[in-house]
Design a protein around this ligand. Structure first.
Ligand code: UD1
Length: 418
């Protein structure tokens, strides 16, 4: 089994370059299905979720060309099927974006019920509600979600809860629907704005992304074009947290500082010094850290996808910190692994109480999911001795060259392939 091995402790020091946003590209690639022509997509992260989606596109008849390491040219004009091959789709959550994109293009879509990280119940009722509102019928059969519409017609869509996936799927399906679709109570994450910008740059007419209401005027056709994906807010936040947790000093480059404010504010509250530049942030955590409380919320609140990494920062801080998980029912599984390394964390329902100031000790641990895996890497950097992380495929889904990046910051970290 492939593993990451870390000898700690270490203090991170140096510069790190952030890749394009995973949560944007996993929606932008399916969105390319709506485009007649070649989409040249720049700043694409080299992660396994991207490989998986490219394999789906190719299996369905698209042409995908990696122009250089970070640039993909995608031409979906040859795609004739509205069915995503089951074996590819069931493996990862973001395959649900093919529902909105294929429904928009063909008026029908068949995609396996989504898999992905286990964070508690992950229903897709709001996605289905949006499709139905646009005139589609939706059925769950044989492990698949099947959508069909004679014609998609614009309508008002009011989401019952703020959902990233449902917001994007509603936008995708509405892009070619007849008339003006108004989607209310939408998510406002930076990658939602990015998907809207991608579609607009190809000829869509979407306004309001980044606010509570998105308006989509349906258009007949999207043509090809060039688009650069935004930097990954969560990857950047992970390196900021790693700098903070190890008492390090790291310049995090190729980011949009505005997207980082929800994370920056909390780190500053804990005693980390942060200097913002135009497209980078200097994190200096050489001073002692103070305890803090966080509650995860939709953007611009503190992101749930930074919750496990922030827990490791709390482990270094003096005093007792609290985490209130406001999005997912079950996102504290990783704390059991941290406890194996000597952490003192008590979980009660959606609240974790984290005692700071105890030296972690290296241990064999596993990456329970993508962000939990990132937290294990940070904990390994903080711990005295050797930490071996297993089940690292989760980490590869969303972190580009994580071992090389941490090694370049001075970590004793290596990848062992079996
Ligand atoms: C996306 C992110 C994920 C992140 C999450 C919250 C991607 C590929 N994944 O996941 O990394 O943790 O946003 O920021 O971008 N819900 C329903 N019904 C629905 C949809 C959602 O009840 O139809 C609930 C969920 O159970 C959850 C909450 O709404 O409690 C938020 O989910 P959502 O924003 O949809 O998360 P994802 O899009 O799956």
């Amino acid at each position: 089994m492939d593993r990451i091995i870390i000898n700690g402790p270490c203090r991170l020091e140096g510069e790190v370059e952030i890749a394009g946003a995973k949560n944007a590209i996993v929606a932008i690639l399916p969105a390319a299905m709506l485009v007649d022509g070649i989409c040249r997509i720049e700043n694409v992260p080299q992660i396994s979720d991207v490989e998986n989606i490219c394999n789906i596109l190719i299996a369905m008849g698209a042409k995908v060309n990696r122009a250089d390491g970070k640039t993909l040219e995608v031409d979906c004009s040859g795609v004739r099927s509205s069915e995503v091959p089951y074996e590819y789709a069931r493996k990862f959550r973001a395959s649900y974006y093919f529902l909105g994109a294929l429904l928009g293009r063909f008026g029908k879509a068949t995609v396996a019920l989504p898999g992905g990280c286990h964070l508690g119940a992950r229903p897709i009722d709001q996605h289905i509600k949006a499709f139905e509102q646009l005139g589609a019928s939706v059925e769950i059969a044989h492990g698949n979600v099947e959508c069909y519409a004679e014609k998609l017609v614009a309508d008002g869509i009011y989401l019952d809860m703020v959902s990233v996936g449902a917001t994007i799927n509603a936008m995708l399906a509405a892009t070619k629907a007849e008339g003006l679709t108004v989607i209310e109570n939408v998510a406002k994450e930076p990658h939602i704005v990015d998907v809207a910008n991608f579609l607009n740059s190809m000829g869509a007419n979407i306004r309001g992304a980044g606010t509570d209401v998105i308006k989509v005027q349906g258009v007949g056709r999207l043509q090809g074009g060039t688009y650069a994906v935004i930097p990954d807010q969560i990857e950047a936040g992970t390196y900021m947290a790693a700098a903070a947790a190890t008492g390090g000093r790291v310049l995090v480059k190729n980011i949009i500082p505005k997207h980082m404010e929800c994370i920056t504010a909390k780190l500053e509250e804990m005693g980390v010094s942060i200097i913002e530049y135009d497209d980078s942030i200097l994190v200096d955590a050489t001073a002692p850290l103070k305890k803090a409380n966080i509650k995860t919320m939709p953007y611009p609140g503190f992101p749930t996808d930074m919750q496990p990494q922030m827990c490791t920062v709390m482990l270094r801080a003096e005093g007792t910190s609290k985490i209130n998980e406001g999005i997912w029912d079950s996102r504290f599984k990783y704390t059991e692994e941290l406890i194996r390394m000597g952490a003192e964390i008590a979980v009660a329902g959606k609240i974790a109480t984290v005692e700071g100031g105890r030296q972690l000790l290296g241990a064999p641990v596993r990456a329970c999911d993508l962000r939990a895996g990132a937290a294990m890497v940070i904990a390994g950097l903080m711990a005295k001795g050797t930490t071996t992380i297993e089940e690292i495929d989760h980490i590869r889904r969303g972190y580009e060259r994580i071992v090389e990046k941490f090694a370049s910051l001075g970590a004793d970290i290596r990848l062992v392939l079996d």
